[in-house]
Design a protein around this ligand. Structure first.
Ligand code: GLN
Ligand code: ZN
Length: 767
């Protein structure tokens, strides 16, 4: 029998119950017991839902109070020493690692301990806590979480497949400062702990254990391949009573397929959404005792599955290995999709018919299993309903707009070029803008105060009229402009008070996008995001930002920047259509933004910033795929940016420090001014820019906005002088390293005043 399996269920709860409980616990409003029982309730509910939907392999230990990589670090006792004193309770240490420890005042003054580093989980928007190892790190089985949750599930009548992060991926996700060898040198010690854990799981009644090893879908070194062979050889020995399902996802195994098949696990999961063809490659090689888990339902996107296509893959596998050795599964954990489409009652029926969230995807899996076992005719009705929805979607005029296709067909390479090269443009801009050397500016947003959020919420809920909201925003903009003039900034911003989110704000106004009410996905810990759904051809109906920007400009004689979100970020932070190449979708967004850029220019806006914070994270997981991606990503940006006159200055902003890999692409964006995050890396990345000669203007962030600490003028002056030693001062700008929307005015004003003073001091000293 083909069985329906799941690799992971979203943890946050249908109404973000986990987020709410966590925040209440952190603020002291509820006890640890109350938080833990909310976790138990959510797990029970999620198991019940999966059971009711007919899922036979139900994941256990996929739940986490914060992050599954952090859970693994705590499980194996990899707790950096600085958190050891966080509190008697395990939970306090856990959250101290995730969130840091506030310093205590008074005689027992304890120093502030920052949180552990956090970074993106492969090519998703989920962030994990980066494990930290020390040379000679010892591991021990320091928590019983997976065992406890298995017992909990079994008590509720759920057999449960325990999910563990595999040892090789766990080590590779971590870092080992000060070590000569990398984290893989710690493998043997770690395997001993995994061995002990497996024995205890077997004793607690486990049958299947899922080992997630997403690194198997990446480019691997010989050392890593050997680590995999060694690790799974030992784990198979240690778990003779258990069946291991080895799961990789987010891509095909590619050249790692023979390695994965040689690891001797009882089961192997394949992502057949990102790499459907790997099934045909794998089938002739699968050992006769291996169960294949076929990831045929997209765990990364929100579309209804093409069941015929999925079923064809299932039948292809059953033909070769037999139905007893086939599972149908999502391509990866469902962590990355919202939970329940049923809640989106405001979306029209047609659009809803095209979509599937976690619950709907599980129902599809169970249907696929039935179709495989009982024959297509047994589920013909459901199959034909699904076929119909897909056909409707393919043909819908809401998706395919001939005007968009017609405009796209007129794009020729000249549209990607500014009229003149940077040096000429810089001249024209200098004359027009008349800025001092080392001009000061911000990245755009100013504090989103409770007032701002309330006004927006009232407006959206219909409690405030459009004209009330309009005048509220105008008041905010006027106050923000005045504050910036008083601080003495040279280039102002309107403050982005009208934007809930830099992507959703534009998605709400562009054709081809839909916004969900409750389509939340965990980003990290208690933080969730609600990505818009890009379902059809993108077009701009009317101006999106011009009235706010020109109002702000009317209030000041200094330049006010227009502020847009770039095409790659609009793409990367949305659920995007799967019926055409990403490249084409991105170009459509670029074209819509091009119109907005031109309209800002026509309204007299002299500087336009197009933010691309997601450019780097869009990099494909395999290096071989980088050049193609970077080509179309850069072109989409240039399509948006290049129509303006020489004297109109284009800025872009990115907030991460690892630039070396994409340096050439950043140069090719050909923005007149680039502002980047450097404050946290203490300007190290400027070395890259110096060594490789960044040709245009650049504003390295000299003030870390991620911390409530107000940097001193001396500190920023020092940063600025260092920047001057790497980059020609005539091409340097002075700015914070990201937007200020999460900060408070009390922090922002003195910090920006100090920043302006630092710029003045350096100007005076170097003139
Ligand atoms: N302009 C945006 C802001 O200031 C940029 C945000 C970002 O880089 N993520 O908030
Ligand atoms: Zn930023």
């Amino acid at each position: 029998m083909v069985v329906a399996a799941n690799l992971g269920f979203p943890r946050i709860g249908c109404n973000r119950e986990l987020k709410k409980a966590l925040e209440q616990y952190w603020s002291g409003a509820i006890s640890a017991d109350a938080l833990l029982s909310q976790g138990r309730r959510l797990r029970a509910e999620h198991w019940r839902v999966q059971q009711a939907l007919g899922i036979e392999r139900i994941p256990v230990n996929d739940f986490s109070l914060y992050d599954h990589v952090l859970d693994t670090a705590v499980l194996v006792g990899a707790v950096p020493r600085r958190y050891a004193g966080a509190g008697a309770a395990e939970l306090d240490t856990y959250f101290a690692m995730a969130r840091g420890l506030a310093g205590a005042a008074g005689p027992s003054a304890a120093a502030e301990v920052p949180a552990m580093e956090m970074t993106k989980w492969f090519d998703t928007n989920y962030h994990y806590i980066v494990p930290e190892f020390e040379p000679g790190q010892r591991f021990s089985l320091a928590s019983t979480k997976p065992i406890d949750e298995l017992v909990e599930a079994r008590q509720l009548g759920v057999a449960g497949r325990v999910v563990l992060l595999g040892p090789v991926s766990f080590l590779l996700l971590g870092k080992m400062p000060g070590g000569q060898a990398g984290p893989l040198s710690l493998l043997d010690g770690l395997l001993a702990v995994y061995g002990e854990l497996l024995a205890r799981l077997a004793a607690a009644g486990a049958v299947w254990v899922q080992f997630d090893e997403p690194y198997l879908a990446l480019d691997l070194t010989e050392e890593t391949r050997q680590a995999f062979s060694h690790a799974y050889h030992r784990l198979n020995q240690a778990s003779s009573d258990l069946s291991l399902m080895l799961a990789s996802y987010f891509g095909g195994l590619g050249d790692n397929l023979p390695l994965a098949l040689s690891l001797g696990t009882r089961g192997l999961h394949l992502d057949l959404v990102r790499a459907p063809r790997q099934l045909a490659e794998a089938l002739p090689l699968v050992p006769s005792s291996t169960t294949l888990s076929l990831g045929v339902v997209d765990g990364r996107n929100v579309w209804r599955t093409d069941l015929d296509r999925a079923l064809a893959l299932v039948e292809q596998a059953v033909d070769v290995v037999g139905s007893d050795r086939v599972e149908v599964a999502p391509s990866c954990s469902l962590l990355h999709v919202p939970i329940d489409l049923e809640q989106e009652t405001h979306l029209d029926g047609e659009l809803r018919g095209w979509l599937a969230f976690a619950r709907q995807k599980l129902a599809e899996l169970s249907l696929l299993a039935r179709a495989a076992n009982e024959g297509r005719t047994a589920v013909e009705q459901e199959l034909s309903a699904s076929r119909q929805a897909l056909a409707d979607r393919r043909r819908s005029p809401r998706i395919h707009k001939p005007e968009v296709a017609a405009r796209l067909s007129t794009i020729d390479p000249s549209l990607l070029e500014r009229h003149s090269a940077y040096p000429q443009r810089a001249d024209a801009q200098r004359k027009r803008l008349g800025l001092p050397r080392l001009p000061t500016t911000t990245i755009g947003s100013f504090p989103q105060t409770p007032d701002v959020r309330k006004a927006r919420a009232d407006f959206k809920a219909g409690r405030a009229s459009p004209s009330d909201y309009e005048s509220f925003c105008r008041g905010q903009i006027a106050g923000t402009v005045r504050a910036q003039e008083q601080i003495g900034l040279d280039v102002l911003a309107h403050g982005e008070c009208e934007r809930n989110d830099m992507v959703e704000y534009f998605a709400e106004q562009l054709d081809g996008y839909a916004i969900t009410r409750n389509g939340w996905v965990q980003s990290y810990g208690s933080r969730c995001v609600k990505p818009p759904i890009l379902f059809g051809d993108v077009a701009r109906g009317q101006a999106m930002t011009v009235r706010w920007s020109s109002y702000a400009q009317s209030l000041s004689s200094r330049p006010v920047k227009g502020m847009l979100t770039g095409p790659v970020t609009m793409l990367k932070w949305s659920f995007v259509r799967d019926d055409q190449p990403l490249e084409l979708t991105c170009r459509q967004i670029g074209l819509a933004l091009r119109d907005e850029v031109l309209e800002l220019e026509a309204a007299g806006i002299g500087i336009i910033q197009i933010d691309e914070p997601a450019l780097r994270e869009g990099l494909p997981l395999r290096r071989a795929d980088w050049p193609t991606y970077l080509r179309w990503a850069v072109d989409a940006f240039r399509l948006a940016a290049s129509a303006v006159r020489d004297e109109t200055q284009i800025h872009t902003h990115m907030c991460y420090a690892q630039f070396a890999d994409i340096f050439d692409a950043i140069v090719e964006l050909d923005a007149d001014v680039l502002s980047i995050e450097t404050a946290r890396s203490r300007m190290e990345l400027l070395d890259t820019f110096r060594a490789r000669g960044y040709p245009n203007e650049i504003g390295p962030g000299i003030y870390d906005i991620h911390s409530p600490r107000i940097p001193s003028r001396a500190e920023m002056e020092d940063m600025l002088r260092r920047a001057c030693s790497c980059i020609d001062a005539d091409r340097l700008w002075v700015n914070p390293d990201c937007g200020l929307k999460t900060r408070r005015w009390q922090e922002v004003i003195p910090a920006l005043e100090a920043m302006v003073a630092a710029a003045q001091a350096v100007r005076a000293g170097s003139s």
